[in-house]
Design a protein around this ligand. Structure first.
Ligand code: NDP
Length: 602
């Protein structure tokens, strides 16, 4: 179907498209669902090693801090910074990595960059100052920004790296948490913030024979520059000119690293199960004059504009051009659908308007493949056949072009994945392809249980574990605090609201926690814990306001968005979207915060 043009697709066009999408989904559905993957532990435990810095010798610490933060990625970092701004003296970040940065610490594959515009992505950018090198700067620059936050807010002083928190036990007498680590530390912390992040555990495909491969392998989150040569700053991968390399996976990570492997390796196989939607990227340096003209508060305004646009609401500040941020995210299918509905002033059925906008957008994405990729069979295989938000959209001006090279072959598996891995290579559709190395661009365990994701044994009042408290589902007030677990705060996805600019959402959560702690200090309250009534009311709100995404996700091609084709029937997210959620938090704070500062009595 071609919808590009001035006329809408007909009902018959849409029917044909739906049928195609269904067929593409059906041939990818697998009975083992999420169980098809294996963790990068056990015999693959070496994936957990830190290639970037070795652990330093140190004695265990035995002391007391105001705040202990589990995780030094942007969530933990911003929480620590906001708590520092609120006046806390002893703040200790603990991370298994060798430095701050979280996912940006671990992921250093060639081509790594953010695809949310840096002016709104980089936390505390206005406070730290400086202009990013470009709209979508490379990962190394983002990591340096994380370090700059650490330095500006003096967070290195008490940080413990290459250290894993193993136990968190609430001590009712001390009204504090007793924290144990895998390095023998014993820390008493008045407040604990958990921000373990969604990308902390890499996953491998459970392809038969994966352990038999005799060549070299690594996961993209542990790139082996010792083997490939080059570095993440863009120096050519100069040690693989006589090697054949296969990349398994074609998600957001592969889209970025494949163009760098191409031309460096003697031959590159890109092994595809489902193509990504690849839109233009339009990266460019910032205009210095424009940057200098930004007025105080600019980052908050730009973030707010983007958040509103992505939440399908008018941008309140119009701070930066016609669409606020002029990012390709603001041209994704749901946004186009919302714009269409606004244009037609509600005369259309909303579901159908969204579907038409989606069909048009995906048609453009597929047409772009034809415009760029010369070989018609390769172009056909690279076209995504699903609604755009079924999988994470990607943006690249170099990925599709890679397939015009004679030294790059797309190994499309017709939705089935790699059949088998042998001692010498991999088998697709009965044909063995010998390779020297397999790079797994196969993503992360995103469906992990939130109670155990951090890896620590968490015990609140009366020794109850967090896993027990959440055995029947999450139970929190506004996603950040839970009854029975006083002074323990969660940052990240939960019973709150997300956005593609996750760094913004994390900052809102961090600021909220810091504001509550400041109010607790002002009132001389030592225990921050929701009343049973407040927690129950929020859980009820989550249920009542849940957006029914089930039908949409069930119609999607499998992936981590829909738990490999089996979407959960219950959503834990607040259905009103992030703009309303942030308003709820603001109103609640203005209302006095008694729900958590009354000693948990009601
Ligand atoms: P993904 O989970 O998105 O992709 C994994 C890939 O591996 C998919 O293409 C998947 O295919 C493929 N795969 C899995 N099993 C097999 C198999 N047996 N045979 C062949 N292929 C297989 O991981 P990514 O690391 O690409 O991205 C993870 C997330 O990280 C992104 O969604 C994004 O949120 C974030 N990210 C963000 C970036 C940014 O710029 N901000 C950049 C990079 C990543 P299939 O689709 O069929 O399952």
């Amino acid at each position: 179907m071609t919808t590009t043009g001035t006329t809408d697709p007909t009902a018959a066009d849409l029917d044909r498209l739906r049928e195609r999408y269904r067929a593409e989904r059906d041939r990818r559905l697998r009975p083992d669902g999420t169980a098809q993957y294996r963790a990068s532990t056990g015999e693959f435990g070496f994936y957990a090693d830190d290639p970037w810095s070795g652990p330093t010798e140190r004695d265990p610490v035995d002391d007391e801090v105001d705040v202990l933060v589990v995780g030094g990625g942007f969530g933990g970092l911003v929480a620590a910074a906001r708590l520092r701004q609120a006046g806390h003296e002893r703040i200790r970040i603990v991370d298994v990595a060798g430095d701050l940065g979280g996912t940006w610490y671990w992921n250093r594959y060639p081509g790594i960059a953010c695809d949310i515009e840096s002016s709104i992505y980089l936390p505390l950018l206005e406070e730290i100052g400086g202009m990013p090198s470009r709209r979508y700067p490379p990962g190394g620059e983002i990591r340096a920004h994380a370090r700059a936050i650490g330095e500006r807010f003096d967070l290195y002083r008490d940080a413990l790296f290459h250290t894993e928190v193993t136990t968190l036990v609430w001590d009712d007498d001390a009204r504090a948490w007793q924290v144990g680590t895998d390095r023998g530390d014993e820390v008493t912390a008045r407040f604990v913030v958990i921000s373990s992040g969604p990308f902390n555990r890499s996953k491998l495909p459970g392809i038969p024979g994966i352990a038999d491969f005799a060549g070299h392998t690594f996961h993209t989150s542990r790139w082996d520059y010792g083997w490939t040569g080059g570095d993440e700053r863009g120096d050519p991968l100069d040690r693989i000119g006589d090697r054949t390399v296969a990349v398994i996976g074609t998600g957001a990570t592969a889209i970025q690293c494949v163009p760098h492997l191409a031309g460096a390796a003697r031959h590159l196989y890109v092994v595809q199960r489902t193509p990504s939607s690849v839109d233009t990227r339009d990266d460019a340096p910032y205009d210095e004059a424009w940057w200098r003209a930004l007025t105080p508060g600019w980052q908050r305004r730009r973030r707010e504009d983007f958040l509103h646009l992505m939440d399908m609401r008018p941008a309140p500040h119009g701070s930066s051009g016609p669409d606020g941020v002029a990012d390709r995210w603001t041209d994704t299918a749901p946004i186009r659908g919302a714009q269409r509905l606004a244009r037609t002033r509600g005369t259309e059925d909303p579901a159908e308007a969204l579907e038409i906008a989606d069909a048009e957008k995906m048609d453009e994405i597929r047409s772009r493949v034809d415009e760029i990729v010369a070989d018609p069979a390769t172009a056909a295989a690279l076209k995504p056949w699903y609604r755009q938000m079924c999988k994470r959209p990607t943006f690249s001006d170099t990925y599709l072009q890679t397939f015009n090279r004679p030294d790059v072959t797309l190994l499309d598996t017709a939705g089935q994945g790699v059949e088998r891995i042998t001692r010498d290579g991999l088998v697709v559709d009965g044909v063995e392809y010998p390779v020297d190395a397999i790079v797994f661009a196969t993503g992360f365990e995103l469906g992990a249980d939130p109670a155990t994701r951090a890896g620590a044994d968490i015990r609140g009042r009366d020794g109850v574990t967090l896993a027990e408290h959440w055995a029947d589902g999450l139970s929190t007030l506004h996603g950040w605090v839970s009854r029975g677990f006083p002074n323990l705060f969660h940052v990240g996805a939960g019973q709150n609201s997300a956005s593609v600019n996750f760094a913004h959402v994390l900052d809102e959560q961090a600021g909220h926690i810091a504001a509550v702690c400041a109010e607790a200090a002002r009132r001389g309250v030592r225990v921050v814990e929701p009343t049973a009534a407040a927690e129950a009311a929020w859980v009820a709100t989550i249920r009542e306001r849940a957006r029914d995404q089930h039908a949409f996700l069930a119609g999607c091609t499998p992936g981590y968005y829909n738990f490999e084709g089996r979407p959960r029937t219950r959503s834990e997210q607040f259905g009103g979207g992030p703009v309303e959620f942030h308003e709820i938090l603001r109103d609640w704070r203005a209302g006095g915060m008694d729900d958590v500062l009354s000693g948990g009595d009601a």
